[in-house]
Design a protein around this ligand. Structure first.
Ligand SMILES: Cc1cc2nc3c(=O)[nH]c(=O)nc-3n(C[C@H](O)[C@H](O)[C@H](O)COP(=O)(O)OP(=O)(O)OC[C@H]3O[C@@H](n4cnc5c(N)ncnc54)[C@H](O)[C@@H]3O)c2cc1C
Length: 445
């Protein structure tokens, strides 16, 4: 079988890429090992840049219709009191609306819903979109992708092969990349439970030793993320659901009923955070996207977004190659040039966010509380933080910013204008630099 682009893995990254390519008349074939929806929790928070990409793909109305908007990130510091409501210590709200963009919110969408919308979009270009469920990509043989579906082996010949298989990637293995992995001193328990109808704001509730992240989903559900010490899982599981009932109720009494509706421990998933980043994203006519290339700490809610954003840049590049009649593999470096530094930056940002919650003592909590409050008090910090996590742009933190955040310098009074911010939003020329370059230089590099 022959195709223009072969994609191993039909997760959010692979499906975004495939839908985009098919919409531009590029023949694309995806092999996805699963036959049906996965019950595993994965990323659900779509950041503003991802929403912009989904709008260009023509699926934003469906996505918005299935999502719960998150306008703010609320950081609530409390004192936990056994068998009583907590005592509030501090509340800080950071707002997506501080970013000068019409994409002024994030959106919580169940992971499988996002995938299903993307798959449907791709399938609407049936002439170009070929999706094989239950098809496992085994690796390469004689320059072709080897697929096993049921007991049958098929070989697919493509002009370019994309690894979108997530953390365990045969394409990455074939590329001979260096991978650097970082582990953390904490793990998470994650589970979706019912919420009261008026519990609509996302929040992170912390004490000097506890962390509970709450992200409302549609249909009166909320995805919860509870931090535990690395290695503590077995012990907690032995204590059973009563341990979670008590912790959740004492940290957020509004969820007492919701957490008690949880009856089986198997619904609770252990999430072990770690990060890695490969040293190159392409080799010959192979390239990798999403978790195949990088994994970020989940604290900043970026993993799925980075996969979609990789797919957008690579998709635009491959579609342009097809339209201009250029050989795909000669231009893959543009994908790495754009995406690798941006991913590096967000990896660092999410690593710092993880550190903020990695130490359990009162002294560290005070430092954290002041640092978060400073982001709100100093408009430049507020804008930078939200702009950077939104994915819409990049505005690096300076030493002065960090000194303000650490309380060494006072918060600045100046408000950041929309005009100033626009210098830091990614332009189309920054997202897809090859287009500008070839427009200027004619058809030669
Ligand atoms: C438990 C958990 C919780 C997470 N929570 C968040 C969060 O809150 N926010 C966030 O932004 N990110 C989160 N993430 C990360 C986010 O889910 C990933 O970054 C994102 O899904 C990456 O997308 P992807 O398409 O690159 O890979 P994946 O979503 O992993 O998709 C890969 C696909 O490839 C398929 N596949 C794998 N190997 C093969 C093969 N050999 N042949 C064929 N198919 C194959 C898999 O079945 C899968 O469908 C979480 C991840 C996990 C594991």
């Amino acid at each position: 079988m022959k195709t223009d682009v072969f994609i191993a893995g039909g997760g959010v990254g692979g499906l975004t890429l495939a839908a985009k390519l098919a919409s531009r008349g590029v023949h694309v074939t995806i092999a996805e090992q699963l036959k049906k929806e996965s019950p595993v929790y994965k990323g659900e928070l779509l950041q503003p840049k991802t929403l912009a990409i989904l709008e260009r793909l023509g699926v934003i109305n469906e996505i918005e219709g299935c999502g719960h908007p998150i306008d703010q990130l609320r950081f609530q510091e409390i004192n936990r009191i056994p068998e009583s409501p907590p005592e509030e210590v501090n509340l800080t709200e950071l707002n997506y609306s501080r970013v000068a963009s019409r994409y002024d919110h994030a959106l919580m969408v169940p992971h499988e819903t996002t995938k299903s919308i993307l798959r449907k979009k791709g399938a609407s270009y049936d002439q170009y979109f070929h999706y094989f469920p239950g098809a496992r990509f085994l690796g390469f043989e004689n320059g072709m992708a080897k697929i096993k579906q049921k007991k049958e082996i098929t070989y697919i010949e493509a002009k370019v092969y994309i690894g979108a298989e997530g953390r365990s990637s045969p394409t990455r293995d074939a590329m001979n990349v260096q991978v650097e992995r970082k582990d953390y001193n904490h793990h998470f328990l994650t589970v979706t439970i019912p919420r009261p109808e008026d519990f609509t704001k996302g929040k992170i509730i912390t004490t000097s030793s506890c962390f509970l992240g709450l992200f409302p989903l549609p249909d009166n559900e909320v995805r919860t993320v509870f931090l535990i010490k690395a290695g503590e899982y077995k012990n907690i599981k032995e204590k059973g659901l009563e341990y979670l009932y008590r912790a959740y109720s004492e940290l957020e009494p509004e969820l007492t009923e919701g957490v008690r509706s949880l009856k089986e421990w198997k619904k609770v998933q252990l999430m072990i955070p770690f990060t890695y980043h490969v040293d190159h994203y392409y080799s010959g006519n192979l390239a990798i996207i999403g978790d195949a290339a990088h994994t970020v700490h989940p604290m900043a809610g970026e993993g799925m977004n980075l996969a979609v954003q990789d797919a957008d840049v690579l998709g635009e590049l491959l579609a342009w190659c097809k339209e201009e009649g250029k050989p795909y593999h000669e231009y893959l470096h543009y994908y790495e040039d754009v995406r690798k530094p941006r991913v590096e930056f967000l990896l660092q940002l999410s690593h710092l966010s993880a550190l903020v919650y990695s130490f359990r003592n009162e002294w560290w909590r005070k430092l954290r509380m002041n640092a978060v409050q400073r982001i709100l008090d100093d408009d430049q910090l507020h804008v930078k933080q939200m702009l950077n996590i939104s994915g819409l742009g990049r505005w690096d933190f300076t030493l002065i910013d960090r000194a303000v955040q650490g309380g060494v310098l006072p918060a600045r009074k100046k408000q950041i204008s929309a005009e100033t911010q626009r210098n830091f939003l990614f332009s189309e020329a920054e997202d897809y630099p090859w287009k500008e370059r070839y427009r200027k230089d004619g058809s030669h590099e």
